[in-house]
Design a protein around this ligand. Structure first.
Ligand SMILES: [Zn+2]
Length: 143
């Protein structure tokens, strides 16, 4: 029974990837991408530091529509995070799913109407939907 519950949580819980600290990084990256209005993706690595703090290592911007990274994956990375412009689907692309499998890391898509994920086992699902971004800021700006 305990093993079943643990398996269930590992399969469906999103843990650190849904913490407020992580969502703040998603929101900052989304703002950097012009709130989905810019045609170019922004991306970076979500990192769990030794003490449990979540930090973000942004990739250099490029003129390519798709974000690209060359080099070794830094230590303690727990996800690759990137934006999709509002003109594109908020769901992970076939390429995103391949990257998740290849790196054995979740690939998170941050878009205007959803935050979605491609997991290394080939699954895709929604972490936050609808008005995730508006809700975050309406809460933050309420006195
Ligand atoms: Zn993508």
């Amino acid at each position: 029974m305990g093993a079943f519950v643990l398996t269930f949580l590992l399969a469906f819980g999103c843990g650190d990837l849904c913490r407020g600290e992580a969502v703040a990084h998603y929101a900052r990256l989304f703002a950097d991408a012009g709130y989905g209005r810019l045609p170019n993706e922004r991306a970076g690595f979500l990192i769990r530091e030794t003490g449990g703090t979540l930090t973000f290592a942004p990739w250099h911007h490029s003129d390519f529509a798709s974000a690209r990274y060359r080099g070794a994956v830094p230590a303690n990375v727990i996800a690759v995070v990137h934006t999709h412009p509002s003109s594109a689907s908020p769901w992970p692309s076939a390429h995103d799913a391949r990257v998740a499998r290849t790196l054995a890391l979740p690939v998170i898509v941050v878009a205007k109407h959803a935050v979605t994920i491609a997991t290394p086992d080939g699954a895709t699902r929604e972490l936050f939907g609808g008005r995730w971004f508006a809700n975050r800021y309406s809460t933050a700006s309420t006195p």
